[in-house]
Design a protein around this ligand. Structure first.
Ligand code: FAD
Length: 295
């Protein structure tokens, strides 16, 4: 797993997929079926999210282990500062290290449901850059990813202030950035340009999501401040309540996005797959057939 750092420097596009830790037996089966199906495409790594309020600590580790040991993925667990003291965070980082997980996505996290402001644990961390430092202290060999926001983090006062924060995370030793989801590539290209001008040199991996429900997409976009281009909105409206048609719109949009991003020099693609097999397999197949993906 440690080779992700070298892989990032290799220059050939990197493909990664993101799972979330399931809560029920049925959703666990869904994750494992998807993991099995995507193995054939040998993504560079699979990331697994960390839930609100530290609630998924054990599930994140459990599925990270499962994906690594039973399916052979290089796994990047996410970790957030929410609800944890520094000592607890050190303990979790050590657990990830001892499970052979060579990379961690370092995040501040969102406030728990019902709270609007992030309140750090009394002996905890305020911002993700502090977590990057803590990971380096506890597990120096770890490859560390951080989040970037092409359309600005919703709490940031300005896009420039948000970029200063990203630079702080990079200066703390992050090795790469994964972006928040976006549907308009120009947002990514202008973000990367501004980041380069601000002296951020590490790879910025674009995060893309296959829409499978218009309502869900609108909800996500509303939550994280992502714009839905009017052309995509029109296509989704035309697909109306036909689930298969909506999925086809979502997959073809992401394929076109991925194609342009890779053609214009993006270092790879990170796919928010929401544990769903169909769109992810379809997209990987299309990227492989088009020669972007050598699995
Ligand atoms: P930070 O980088 O700490 O930034 C948070 C806010 O504080 C920003 O507005 C920033 O501009 C500001 N800020 C930072 N430092 C300073 C400072 N020193 N002074 C003043 N302002 C500052 N959430 C989860 O709960 N679990 C997950 O697994 C998860 N995975 C994610 C993966 C990706 C790729 C992305 C993009 C997001 C993910 N999130 C996840 C959501 C994330 O936790 C939220 O967006 C959260 O609100 C911010 O996290 P951050 O790490 O970007 O925070």
């Amino acid at each position: 797993d440690i080779s992700l750092k070298q892989r990032l420097l290799s220059g050939s596009p990197l493909f990664s997929i993101e799972f979330f830790p399931p809560k029920t037996d049925a959703s666990a089966e869904q994750l494992l079926r998807t993991a099995e199906a995507l193995k054939a495409y040998a993504p560079d790594f699979a990331s697994i999210t960390y839930g609100a309020g530290g609630s998924t600590r054990s599930r994140t580790l459990k599925y990270a282990r499962h994906l690594r040991e039973d399916y052979g993925y290089a796994v990047m667990p996410h970790l957030t500062c929410v609800g944890h003291s520094r000592d607890e965070l050190r303990g979790i980082i050590a657990e990830f290290r001892d499970a052979g997980l060579g990379q961690i996505m370092a995040l501040r996290g969102d406030p728990p449901k019902g709270e609007s402001n992030f309140k750090p644990h009394p002996d905890g961390l305020h911002y993700a850059n502090e977590l990057v430092n803590l990971i380096h202290e506890t597990y120096p060999e770890c490859t560390v990813g951080v989040a970037g926001y092409p359309e600005m983090h919703p709490e940031a006062p300005t896009a420039d202030a948000d970029l200063v924060n990203l630079k702080r995370k990079v200066d703390s030793g992050a090795h790469f950035v994964t972006t928040q989801l976006f549907f308009d590539n120009e947002k990514y290209f202008s973000f990367v340009k501004r980041a380069r001008e601000a002296g951020i040199k590490i790879p910025i991996l674009p995060g893309l999501m296959c829409i499978s429900s218009r309502e869900q997409a609108l909800r996500f976009c509303d939550m994280c401040g992502t714009t839905i281009p009017s052309e995509l909105e029109q296509r989704l409206l035309s697909a109306a309540n036909d689930a298969k048609a909506v999925e086809a719109v979502g997959t073809s949009w992401v394929f076109e996005q991925a194609r342009e991003l890779l053609d214009r020099g993006a270092p790879g693609i990170h796919l928010y797959i929401l544990n769903r097999k169909g769109p992810a397999v379809e997209l990987m197949k299309q990227l492989k057939n088009a020669g972007y993906y050598q699995a």
